[in-house]
Ligand binder design. Structure first.
Ligand SMILES: [Zn+2]
Length: 164
């Protein structure tokens, strides 16, 4: 089933005539791999291609968790934990980007939600646990490494642990 595009075809053609490049893989963005992204209720040509959209949908949440689980110093944990847990793709594929609320490619509307193995209740529980760790981190005596370890065990996240 196909839906009609949220952006007029000639407008898309004009944008593609400018030979945009994917900001991630540097492939040229064309008729075959362009993506439209809805950000703040406005549809735009996404700055990265279809392949990269699908890749980041599968990896972005896992990367966030992996960065927390594998933080080996306070500084690296700070870097990950200070951003809210991502649930949706963003317009630059990183935690600093604007959230995309909907996607359109392959002539269809697509979910901008990241691939996440947990249900909403568990995710909210995880977010609360991360929030507690984040708040306690300001205390210099706080043993954040063992709390991260407990967090990892509680949600069975050992598979995201990097083995050296
Ligand atoms: Zn790309």
């Amino acid at each position: 089933m196909t839906d009609s595009s949220p952006v007029q075809t000639d407008l898309i053609n004009n944008l593609l005539d400018l030979n945009p490049q994917c900001i991630i893989c540097f492939d040229q963005i064309n008729q075959n791999n362009f993506v439209l992204a809805k950000i703040n209720s406005e549809w735009k040509l996404n700055s990265y291609c279809k392949d990269c959209v699908e890749y980041y949908k599968s990896i972005m949440w896992k990367n966030y968790i992996s960065n927390i689980i594998n933080a080996d110093c306070k500084k690296s944990l700070d870097r990950s934990i200070n951003y809210p847990m991502p649930k949706f793709l963003t317009d630059n594929s990183s935690l600093t980007g604007n959230q995309i609320s909907s996607l359109y490619y392959n002539d269809s509307y697509m979910d901008s939600r990241l691939e996440i193995e947990f249900n909403e209740d568990t995710l909210n529980q995880m977010i609360m646990d991360i929030e507690i760790i984040k708040n306690e981190m300001s205390d210099d005596d706080y043993d954040y490494l063992s709390h991260i370890e407990l967090f990892s065990r509680k949600y069975n996240l050992e598979k995201y642990k990097k083995t050296s």
